[in-house]
Design a protein around this ligand. Structure first.
Ligand code: NAP
Ligand code: G4F
Length: 375
């Protein structure tokens, strides 16, 4: 019999990659999905099985992190071997607009999972992975950041995640639950939400290349992030729950890059003093298979055009300026190493967005997206 996993946040970036990974390992995956007026299952549609199929290995439940009874009922019904708590209002800037909701879903939501496991007498059965974050380091107290670096959160999101981190440690120490924190640094992919910085850039690049958009407006270009690929990071989540002892791990690449340099890597050159980006040159080989000759000619004419501007509306009231993680513990104890570097990640995202935008351009009326992100 394969193991059973319950994933909260299954419709998100990490939920999609993790489900795919666990199902390939023989798991039966249960996922909690919020009710929404649209399907919102694009990222997991390739895994979905109709409820009438026998012996399904992917089962969805309606639920919400703010609903204790619902969370407790689902955990009681599924009795999972492993719970991956990935659900969260995960956008830092938006958390300044919705601080109370963020505290409820991201902070108390984690307590609801832990308390359900305790009340249902599943403390010896269900292992718990908590999606903690490098945002906990905020105004960094040490460079690079490791498991012992003191936290200094800088947003309602990070403060909510601070509660979630410590309540996970507390339930481990108080009740002996196999509960662990993965302190994950930023990880991206073609499935990344469209309003996070890397995806905003790679989508804009694709749309500018295809002539669908003239310019993109960004926020703070000087902050630095340690970016990895979500495909690598969900493997670390799995490894954390396979350890005999629960523990907390930093998951990162150990390389940090400014937003400005990511934009340059994706497409354009920058003029730092004016905070604008212009198209420096066109790599014909990069785009030849995607755009037609006519489009390539039009694109070449745009060399020198300013395509990136800065709009202070995207600045945050308090910013996290520098994140860079020391992943020594994960490398040595979990035997985890990331396969993607930033260049490979950026390329994966740009190529995928070019293909997606091209399809969207053709399929404007149908609205179908038939992309195989998982190969
Ligand atoms: P994401 O793409 O934003 O996905 C978040 C998921 O949580 C979605 O499935 C979302 O559902 C669900 N969700 C949000 N609020 C919910 C609620 N009240 N009840 C139930 N489900 C809810 O985030 P991600 O990038 O996959 O990240 C996964 C987790 O890791 C999050 O907890 C995030 O904070 C944390 N994290 C992410 C990173 C990163 O760089 N990606 C780094 C460190 C930690 P809908 O689809 O309905 O919105
Ligand atoms: O891509 P971001 O929105 O990610 P952020 O704030 O680092 O948070 C992400 O990573 C965390 C892990 O450290 C997760 F916990 C969290 O859930 C989320 O996945 O912004 C990255 C940087 C920031 O400094 C921001 O100010 O990019 C800067 N930025 C500049 N222009 C922008 C923009 N960010 C966004 N979203 N949009 C912009 O136009």
């Amino acid at each position: 019999m394969g193991k059973t996993a319950l994933i909260t946040g299954i419709t998100g970036q990490d939920g999609a990659y993790l489900s795919d990974y666990l199902i390939k390992k023989g798991y039966t995956v249960h996922g909690i999905k919020r009710r929404s007026s649209l399907f919102n299952t694009d990222r997991i549609d390739h895994l979905y099985q109709d409820p009438h199929v026998e012996n399904r290995n992917m089962i969805l439940h309606y639920g919400d992190m703010t609903d204790s009874m619902n969370i407790t009922r689902i955990i009681g019904d599924v009795k999972p071997d492993e719970i991956y708590n990935l659900a969260a209002m995960s956008h830092v800037k938006v958390s300044f607009d919705t601080p109370e909701y963020t505290a409820n879903a991201d902070g108390i939501g984690t307590l609801r999972i832990l308390e359900a496991v305790r009340l249902l007498n599943l403390t010896n059965k269900s292992r718990i992975y908590q999606a903690s974050t490098s945002e906990l380091y905020g105004l960094v107290q040490e460079v690079p950041q490791k498991e012992t670096t003191p936290f200094y959160p800088r947003s309602p999101y990070a403060v909510a995640k601070l509660y979630a981190y410590w309540i996970t440690v507390n339930y481990r120490e108080a009740y002996g639950i196999h509960a662990s924190n993965g302190i994950l640094f930023n990880h991206e992919s073609p499935l990344r939400g469209e309003t996070f910085v890397t995806r905003k850039v790679t989508r804009a690049v694709a749309r500018i290349v295809l002539g669908l958009q003239d310019k993109v407006y960004m926020g703070n270009l000087s902050s630095k992030r340690d970016w990895g690929h979500a495909k690598d990071y969900v493997k670390a989540m799995y490894l954390i729950l396979q350890q005999d002892q629960p523990d907390d791990y930093v998951i990162s690449t150990g390389v940090t890059t400014t937003i400005r340099d990511f934009i340059k890597m994706a497409f354009v050159e920058g003029k730092d003093e004016e905070e604008v980006g212009f198209i420096a040159s066109i790599d014909e080989n990069k785009f030849a298979n995607i755009v037609g000759n006519k489009q390539l000619e039009l694109l070449k004419k745009r060399v020198g055009d300013v395509v990136v501007g800065v709009d202070p509306a995207y600045f945050r009231p308090t910013e996290v300026e520098l994140l860079i993680g020391d992943n020594t513990k994960a490398r040595t104890k979990l035997n985890w190493t990331p396969e993607y570097d930033l260049k490979a990640l950026c390329e994966d995202m740009v190529i995928s967005d070019l293909a997606l935008m091209k399809k969207e351009e053709y399929l404007k009326d149908g609205g179908y997206r038939i992309l195989n992100y998982f190969e």
